[in-house]
Design a protein around this ligand. Structure first.
Ligand code: PMP
Length: 293
């Protein structure tokens, strides 16, 4: 399942302004980012040779860095161009792109004022995050023992490496119990999101309800899907949602660059059957991104 390790592949990676051989894109063990999580990143998709919402992702990388007090030494336009150059150099038609920015090794300690901010962009072929069978029946989630931190305890709107510590721990705990992914509650005990995707519920009022993104990413896919749902005639309500409300939900799905629109079949004792709304939005999303086949 793992395939070739990510440090031992053919291809080219864009690093600090130019493309270099894949295996040469290394960094020192005394890099600030490795010790203090001073890194922000993006997850972007290429569909049929076209990068979906590239500028939104480049902008979010810059914004995430800024939230951590890091200044990326490139403009949105430069990041867009570098991404396209990387995709082209690697001949990626349907794949994933991982831009990342991090603090280097000029200082080693909590203070990092003099560190250089580096940027790398890698891309690889990558068909689907969840398998087709999983997507048809709906993925199975279990509640995480961790909660999304309150907005005054961490830079919760940044796509920051440090915030993924609890994502990996939660995902592992879920997988160890035979689940596909984990559901986070927020610091108040209300529904927040999955480990790498936002969540939507179709409620008995026929409307889509989704948690307000007050302590997690307002995902680019989330925003796209809200637009598509409205176009398809569904009202979308952003509000605080209690865990017990899952008992009334008729359909549940998650959204993310990697997850796309993925139906949820189960969240612990709550069961759902993917239906017309999931189907409609999966189709609409595939059309929007320009997916083939
Ligand atoms: N939440 C988390 C924790 C994520 O990692 C992601 C994926 N970037 C999302 C939500 C969804 O964001 P997007 O739709 O922009 O990919």
């Amino acid at each position: 399942m793992a395939g070739a390790p990510f440090d031992d592949r053919d291809g080219q990676i864009w690093l600090d302004g130019k493309l270099i051989p894949w295996r040469d894109a290394t960094l020192h063990v005394l890099s600030h980012a490795l010790h203090y999580a001073s890194a922000v990143f993006e997850g972007v998709r290429v569909y049929n040779g076209k990068v979906f919402k590239l500028t939104e992702h480049s902008q979010r990388l810059i914004d995430s860095a800024e939230m951590l007090g890091m200044k990326i030494p490139y403009t949105v336009e430069e990041l867009d161009a570098a991404t396209l150059e990387t995709v082209k150099a690697n001949n990626i038609v349907d794949g994933y792109i991982r831009p990342i920015a991090w603090r280097g090794s000029e200082m080693m300690g909590v203070s990092a004022q003099a560190t250089k901010v580096h940027v790398a962009i890698a891309t690889w072929e990558w068909p689907s995050y969840f398998s087709p069978e999983m997507r048809k029946k709906g993925i199975r989630l279990t509640q995480s023992k961790w909660r999304r931190p309150a907005p005054d305890t961490a830079p919760v709107h940044a796509k920051a490496a440090g915030l993924y510590m609890i994502c990996t721990m939660s995902k592992h705990a879920a997988e160890d119990k035979g689940y596909d992914d984990s559901l986070f509650l927020n610091w108040k005990g209300q529904i927040a999101e999955a480990t790498g995707a936002n969540i939507f519920l179709l409620m008995p009022d026929g409307k889509l309800h989704t948690p307000k993104p007050d302590c997690f990413l307002n995902g680019i896919t989330r925003q796209t899907v809200i637009g598509l749902a409205k176009k398809a005639g569904y009202e979308v309500i952003e509000r605080e949602i209690e865990l017990e409300e899952l008992a009334d939900a008729q359909e549940v799905f998650v959204t993310g660059t990697a997850a796309e629109v993925t139906p949820v079949g189960e969240i612990d004792q709550y069961k759902f059957t993917p239906g017309k709304v999931c189907e409609t939005l999966i189709e609409a999303y595939e059309k929007e991104v320009g997916k083939t086949g």
